[in-house]
Write a protein of this length. Structure first.
Length: 131
């Protein structure tokens, strides 16, 4: 049994299998997930677990060189946008219109669904390298 880090087997497996520039989505409870992508559903009830909890755990485990957000987060959820920019202050940040963001989820290794129920609480993490 692991002593620390992510204990969820599917999440741990996805992260350890990622290479440079591979992508992983963490989303709110409402984002549509393409059937072609692995779905890791953590949502139990609205708000549990929340987006910030899941994202913070992943950020501590994964080498991230960039993030992709929906353009609409700036206006519709500025508090979450500020949290994300603070958490990822040293990586490339890209904004895409929400329809384009949704299409990009189909290029990800997996989509992790949280119980978050606030607008545009979605992110695509772009994997970096540790050397």
């Amino acid at each position: 049994m692991k002593k620390k880090g992510i204990l969820n087997q599917p999440i741990s497996s996805v992260i350890s299998g990622m290479g440079h520039l591979d992508r992983l989505t963490i989303c709110d409870a409402g984002l549509p997930i393409p059937s072609s992508v692995q779905r890791i559903d953590l949502a139990v009830v609205p708000g549990i677990p929340n987006f910030r909890q899941v994202l913070t755990a992943l950020a501590n485990e994964m080498e991230i060189e960039g993030i992709i957000l929906a353009e609409e987060i700036k206006e519709m959820n500025p508090e979450m946008n500020a949290f994300l920019l603070d958490l990822f202050h040293d990586v490339d940040v890209e904004y895409k219109p929400h329809p384009e963001f949704k299409n990009l989820t189909g290029t990800c290794r997996a989509v992790i669904r949280t119980g978050e129920c606030t607008p545009y609480a979605n992110i695509i993490l772009v994997s970096g390298v540790i050397f």
